[in-house]
Design a protein around this ligand. Structure first.
Ligand code: 9PG
Length: 596
C-alpha cells in the first residue's frame, strides 16, 4: 500500500506500467517491480522547485510482535544496531542539536516522535523465532541522493517510509530526476544477514564498487599521539617498524600547518611532505597521509585567500556567514575551534581538491585517509543549488579521485557511506576506538549520541553489524587495534576480544600504539589477527565473508563468524571466546581459546 499526500493506494492501483502522482507542480512516477520499485520525480510547473524529500509509504501488515529494525547509521562513526519500535527512540528526539544531527543522519532535522530511522538499507522483523519472517528495504545506490527508511505508526498500524532525501535540491521547470530504485525482499528472520548480503552484492554491482585492493596491514599515528604527534614520534616508530609486518605507515592528524593547508607542515614537522614520504618509502612501506579535505580553519591560508570557496550558512534565504560544519578546539583556527565547510559544488573548489590530491600523491603518499567528509552534506548555501547533499559529497570525492589517480588507495572516514561507492577503496565503518571498552552513560556529551563517542565497545558493535559490507562495497576498516598493555583501561581480555573481532571480520588490520611500549604478547596478538584476517578476507573475496548470525536478536549483537572462526562476546564486558574451525592447519592456539 502506498500513501501519497494523504491518499492511500493499494498494490493493485500501482501495478502495470508506472503510475504518476501529482503533488502540486511535482510529479512522482512509481513503477512496481517484482522486487521493489523504480521511481522518478519531475517538475511540471513553470518555476524552479526545491525538494527536501519524496517518499513511498508501505503499511506493515500482520506484525505479530514489536517490530525490530536494523538501523544502519548514516556515516562511518554512526552507531549501527537494532532498535525496537515503541521502545527505542531516535537520538535526534533527545538531542535537538541540528549541528550534530547533520553529522549522523541524512536529514539533520529531528525524526518524527516515535519514529526509528535507518539509512540506505534496513531489515524489519517481528520476531526472531524459526517461523518469523523479515523484510529488507534498501536503495540500490546513494550517489544521486540519500535514502532513509523511517519506521513509524499511523492510525491504521505500522508503516515504513522509503524516503529519497534530496536535501532541498532545486529542480528546474521541466526537469526530471531518476531516483535510486528501491529493493524489497523477504526471508526468514534468521536469514536477515543473508538478505543484507544480497542487497550489498547488488548495490556493489550497480555502484561499480572498488573491492580489489589487497588485505591491509599497517600503522597509524592517531591513537597514541593524537594532535600532538611530532616528526620525532614518526621517526622513532619507523625505526622500530622493521620488526613489524606493516605494509602501510600512515601519518594522521597533526602534521599539517592548518586544517585546509595540507601541503605545508607545522613546527613539529621540520621536514616537508616529500621528505616524510621518502623516509617511510625508503623502508619499503607505503606512506599514508590523513586529510580532512572538505574542512578549512577560518584562519587558514586557503580560507583567507578564497572566502568564496566556503559554503554559506543560509536559513530561509537569509545568509548569516560562512557555514560551520565541525567543531574541534585543538585545531585552533581563530573561531573557538569551529571549522568551515568547502563548497564542493564550486568549480574552483573541485579544481583545488584535485590539485591537492595530485600534490600529496606526487609528494609520495599513495594512501590517503579522507576524514570528516560528511561536511558538504550539511544544509546550507552552495553555488550549485541543484545538487543534493549526496551529490555534494560525491563531487568532492570525485575531484580527489581525479587528482589522486586510479592507483591511489582512498580510505573514507566520517563519510556518508552510501555516497562514495565506486570512488573509495575502503571505508571506516564504526566509531573511534579508545583505550577503554565501554563508557559510563554519565559521560554522554550530547543526549542520545553516547554511541558515537570513542570507545572500543562502540567500534566492536559496528564491526559486527556492518561486516556484510566488506568486499561488497569497499574494504571495511574497523579502526585500529589496541595492543598496548600500559596506560590503558582495556583489560587484556577486552583487547583480545577487539583484536579477534577485527581478525574474524577480515577487515583492515592497523596498529596505533607506540611500538617501543609493545612486547612479545602484543606482537603475537597482531600475528594472530593477521592469520585470522587473511583467512576471513580470502573467503570474503570468494563471496563468503564474515557474518553476524545474531544480528536481529539483541540491540548489540554478540557473534561474528567467518572461515577464520566464530567469536562470541559479551558486548558489555568485552569478554569473549573464539572457536577456530576444527583441525584447521595453523590454528594458533588449538580449538578453543577462552578470552578471559
Ligand atoms: C583525527 C581523528 C582520527 C580518527 C578519526 C577522527 O565525533 N567526534 O567528535 C569525533 C572526533 C574525532 C574523530 C571521530 C569522531 O576521529 O575517526 O581515526 O583520524 O579523526 O582527528
Amino acid at each position: 500500500m502506498a500513501d501519497v499526500d494523504g491518499t492511500r493506494y493499494e498494490r493493485s492501483d500501482l501495478e502495470g506500467s508506472g503510475r504518476t502522482f501529482g503533488l502540486g507542480p511535482v510529479e512522482l512516477t512509481v513503477e512496481l517491480q517484482d522486487t521493489g520499485f523504480d521511481w522518478s520525480v519531475a517538475n511540471r510547473g513553470d518555476g524552479t522547485v526545491r525538494i527536501r524529500s519524496v517518499a513511498v509509504v508501505y503499511a506493515v501488515a500482520g506484525a505479530r510482535g514489536p517490530v525490530r529494525m536494523f538501523r544502519n547509521g548514516y556515516q562511518s562513526w554512526s552507531p549501527t544496531s537494532v532498535g525496537v519500535l515503541g521502545l527505542d527512540v531516535d537520538p535526534s528526539l533527545r538531542a535537538d542539536l541540528p549541528f550534530l544531527q547533520a553529522v549522523h543522519h541524512a536529514d539533520q532535522r529531528r525524526a518524527r516522535p516515535g519514529e526509528l530511522r535507518s539509512e540506505w538499507v534496513t531489515v524489519l522483523a517481528d520476531g526472531w523465532g524459526p517461523d518469523d519472517s523479515a523484510v529488507l528495504v534498501g536503495f540500490n545506490g546513494g550517489a544521486g541522493h540519500d535514502g532513509t527508511l523511517r519506521l513509524g505508526t499511523n492510525a491504521l498500524g505500522v508503516e515504513v517510509r522509503a524516503e529519497a532525501f534530496l536535501g532541498d535540491a532545486e529542480l528546474p521547470a521541466g526537469g526530471q530526476r531518476t531516483l535510486h530504485p528501491v529493493m524489497i525482499t523477504e526471508g526468514p528472520a534468521v536469514d536477515a544477514p543473508r538478505l543484507l548480503e544480497r542487497w550489498a552484492d547488488r548495490a556493489g554491482r550497480v555502484g561499480g564498487a572498488r573491492v580489489g585492493s589487497p588485505f591491509q596491514v599497517g600503522w597509524c599515528s592517531w591513537y597514541q599521539y593524537f594532535h600532538d604527534v611530532t616528526e620525532a614520534d614518526i621517526a622513532a616508530n619507523l625505526a622500530l617498524a622493521d620488526r613489524w609486518p606493516f605494509d602501510v605507515f600512515q601519518i594522521d592528524d597533526g602534521y599539517q600547518a592548518a586544517i585546509g593547508d595540507w601541503l605545508d607542515t607545522n613546527d613539529r614537522f621540520p621536514s616537508d611532505l616529500a621528505a616524510l614520504a621518502d623516509s617511510i618509502g625508503s623502508t619499503g612501506r607505503t606512506p599514508g597521509l590523513w586529510l580532512a579535505p572538505f574542512l578549512v580553519a577560518p584562519d587558514s591560508e586557503v580560507a583567507r585567500r578564497h572566502p568564496d570557496w566556503i559554503a554559506r550558512h543560509r536559513v530561509d534565504g537569509v545568509d548569516s556567514g560562512p557555514l560551520r560544519t565541525w567543531w574541534n578546539p585543538p585545531w585552533g583556527g581563530g573561531e573557538d575551534g569551529f571549522m568551515y565547510g568547502l563548497d564542493t559544488t564550486h568549480p574552483e573548489v573541485a579544481g583545488h581538491l584535485e590539485a591537492v590530491a595530485a600534490a600529496v600523491v606526487e609528494a609520495g603518499f599513495p594512501y590517503l585517509k579522507l576524514d570528516f567528509t560528511f561536511s558538504p552534506s550539511l544544509d546550507g548555501g552552495y553555488v550549485d543549488p541543484s545538487l543534493t547533499p549526496a551529490e555534494r559529497v560525491r563531487a568532492g570525492f570525485a575531484a580527489i579521485r581525479r587528482g589522486a589517480g586510479d592507483d591511489t588507495f582512498l580510505l573514507g572516514c566520517g563519510v556518508p557511506l552510501a555516497n562514495v561507492v565506486g570512488l573509495v577503496d575502503a571505508n571506516r565503518i564504526g566509531p573511534d576506538v579508545a583505550p577503554v571498552w565501554a563508557l559510563d552513560p554519565s559521560r554522554e556529551i550530547v543526549a542520545g549520541y553516547l554511541g558515537t563517542q570513542p570507545a572500543t565497545a562502540h567500534a566492536f558493535t559496528n564491526t559486527l553489524t556492518r561486516s556484510f559490507l566488506h568486499r561488497r562495497l569497499w574494504l571495511n576498516d574497523p579502526d585500529c587495534l589496541m595492543l598496548r598493555t600500559e596506560d590503558t583501561g582495556l583489560t587484556p581480555a577486552a583487547a583480545r576480544t577487539w583484536a579477534h573481532a577485527v581478525g574474524v571480520s577480515g577487515g583492515m588490520a592497523l596498529v596505533s600504539d607506540d611500538l617501543s611500549l609493545l612486547g612479545p604478547d602484543a606482537r603475537a596478538l597482531l600475528d594472530e589477527v593477521i592469520v585470522l584476517g587473511r583467512e576471513a578476507d580470502a573467503d570474503a573475496i570468494g563471496g563468503e565473508g564474515a557474518r553476524c548470525p545474531d544480528l536481529l536478536e539483541h540491540a548489540a549483537p554478540r557473534m561474528l563468524a567467518s572461515g577464520a572462526g566464530s567469536l562470541v562476546a559479551d558486548p558489555h564486558t568485552g569478554l569473549s571466546r573464539l572457536l577456530r574451525p576444527g583441525g584447521h592447519p595453523g590454528a594458533p592456539h588449538g580449538e578453543e581459546r577462552p578470552g578471559h
